[in-house]
Design a binder for this molecule. Structure first.
Ligand code: UDP
Length: 342
């Protein structure tokens, strides 16, 4: 019997890539999404890539406890991967109540329903943002978490703590894995799914691709006076398909009884620092396009440098980031061109 994985927020950027990898690894997937921050483009893309025209899609809001409970009653769910959350840092500063309400309630509803239906394996999508401005790089899972600088970041820390406590108190009913993502970028090699930001992109790579295609005038590089080799910030850009594969490894670790503790945490990154300027140069070179950019003042809340020590995930989950930055940027560009119908 195939094991079933519920993917909350499964129609979004990360969720759709994870759904593809799960299906291709022999899992059954139930996608659930309220489409508050995406349309059906990626869900349709997933069906095309996998040939699964019958892929179950549940339109629902995870803030509705009765709907979440019904879902767990309707499907025999072996594991849940929880993506359904708001994710714009700046917006979270302006609308903290909305962020706390949505991101906490939806996760609490998942945990409550999981407990009510006999327990579950829960994978929570966390973020390197929990490390704040690190004292030392690369960061390991033991590096201290720093006070969050935005309500968004705080919801990630709070959900991490909630899952840990819930697992501890559940007497074995719940198991948890926290994956801390670094900077997911790129798109599926088919160019049928990718990042689809609404409005002006906050993240670097969508801003780059939209500038290259002519939807944006000019990329602003936020700060070139940081204490780094070229003055721009250093990040760990992780290919979205590599990142998606980490979820398959984590799910099988949970389902195959390979966990060494009831709640585990893994960094999901490459271990390779890349500066904003290096990324821009690599994009121009691999895609043979000229990018209009200028240096602009630093963006509030940005940390100077952060990248992962991914050795725990490499060793324990047998997972490793494989794609080069160049291949990833080529995929991101192919996706932008696909969107533009070129
Ligand atoms: N960045 C930039 N211009 C942009 C968007 C981002 O220079 O239009 C920089 C940002 O200052 C940071 C890096 O790109 O140093 C990655 O930012 P992003 O928002 O993609 O991810 P973050 O690391 O903030 O989660």
């Amino acid at each position: 019997m195939k094991k079933t994985v519920l993917v909350s927020g499964g129609a979004g950027f990360i969720g759709s890539h994870v759904t593809v990898e799960l299906l291709e690894s022999g899992y059954e997937v139930v996608v659930a999404d309220n489409f508050s921050n995406c349309d059906t483009t990626c869900f349709e893309g997933v069906k095309k890539i996998t040939g699964r025209d019958d892929l179950p899609l549940v339109r629902m809001d995870f803030c509705d406890p009765a709907a979440v409970d019904r879902l767990f009653g309707e499907y025999d769910i072996d594991a849940v991967i929880h993506f359904a959350a708001f994710k714009a840092v700046g917006e979270s500063v302006e609308k903290p109540v909305m962020y706390y309400k949505n991101n906490l309630e939806s996760f609490l509803n998942v945990l409550e329903a999981a407990e009510n239906h006999g327990g579950c394996n829960v994978l929570f999508s966390s973020s390197a943002t929990v490390y704040g401005e690190p004292d030392q790089v690369p960061v390991t899972e033991q590096s201290p978490r720093k006070p969050a600088t935005s309500p968004y970041g705080n919801t990630k820390q709070m959900c991490e703590d909630i899952l840990r406590d819930a697992v501890k108190a559940s007497k074995g009913l719940l198991k948890g894995i926290l994956l801390r993502y670094f900077n997911p970028i790129g798109a599926h090699p088919s160019a049928l799914i990718g990042e689809l930001p609404r409005g002006v992109p906050n993240n670097l790579v969508p801003f780059i691709t939209q500038t290259a295609i002519g939807r944006r005038e000019c990329l602003s590089i936020f700060g070139n006076d940081y204490p780094t080799p070229d003055g721009t910030c250093l990040r760990d850009y992780i290919d979205i398909v590599d990142l998606a594969k980490a979820h398959v490894c984590a799910v099988s670790r949970m389902l195959d009884g390979k966990m060494k503790a009831d709640c585990e945490v893994f960094n999901i990154g490459t271990g390779r620092p890349v500066s904003v300027l290096e990324l821009v140069n690599a994009f121009e070179k691999v895609n043979k396009v000229k990018l209009n950019y200028r240096f602009a003042p630093r963006r509030a809340g940005d940390v100077t440098a952060i990248w992962a020590d991914p050795s725990l995930a490499n060793r324990e989950m047998g997972w490793k980031a494989e794609r080069s930055v160049e291949d990833t940027l080529a995929a991101a560009w192919a996706w932008e061109k696909h969107l533009a119908g070129k």
